[in-house]
Design a protein around this ligand. Sequence first.
Ligand code: SF4
Length: 231
Amino acid sequence: MVNSHRTQLAALTDEIVACRMCTRLVDWREKIGEQKRASYRDWDYWAKPVPSFGDPDASLVLLGLAPAAHGGNRTGRVFTGDASATFLTSAMHQAGLANQPNSDHRDDGLVLCGAYIGAAVRCVPPGDRPTPEEQKACLPYLVRELKILPNLKVIMALGHIAFRATLQTLSDMAGAKLRGKFRHGEVYRFGSSLPIMVASYHPSPRNTNTGVLSMEALVKVLNQAKELSQN
Ligand code: SF4
């Protein structure tokens, strides 16, 4: 059927957005949505699981850890509405993967070109630290999503936890335990039946404001991942 992967992705997105499996995270995301940050008090927070976003025909997937409390959990779109989103989207724009350098809200006109963005855990965790059980609970959504994307060639993991989640996901897909050590810019190949994996530091202010990750370094690794995904 034409566009069947789009239909499958839409159905999976509906399923994810309705998920209430992790009681601690359900309580946390809704509490943030009620209390709000003062500067966003007029916002109607999303406060639900945040689905992936991007081009259903993408060959490159970017994977983060989890939505931010006042970013994705507020706006309802992953990597949208906070400093990490601004940094990442600007870099993606420079690498030709996004039509604009900003990601502010769901109706801001952002279109990803050949790229798709998701997260290892779909609900904002306290302290940005999901438990191993919460990560395990959410992982099957990612495995299913990656299996639906028909042109997937490269997964770029943003940060250590997304790196481990990607390794676990590829292990699930391979039916074997895969191993690798995180190193920014490193390329990991696990055989022709699995996507290539690329590692990058996460574009969080903790990394970008301290010089751990510069704009130049992120654009470089995005260009590298893009090139691999187009071969
Ligand atoms: S983290 Fe994932 S599994 Fe847990 S409630 Fe959110 S969407 Fe469901």
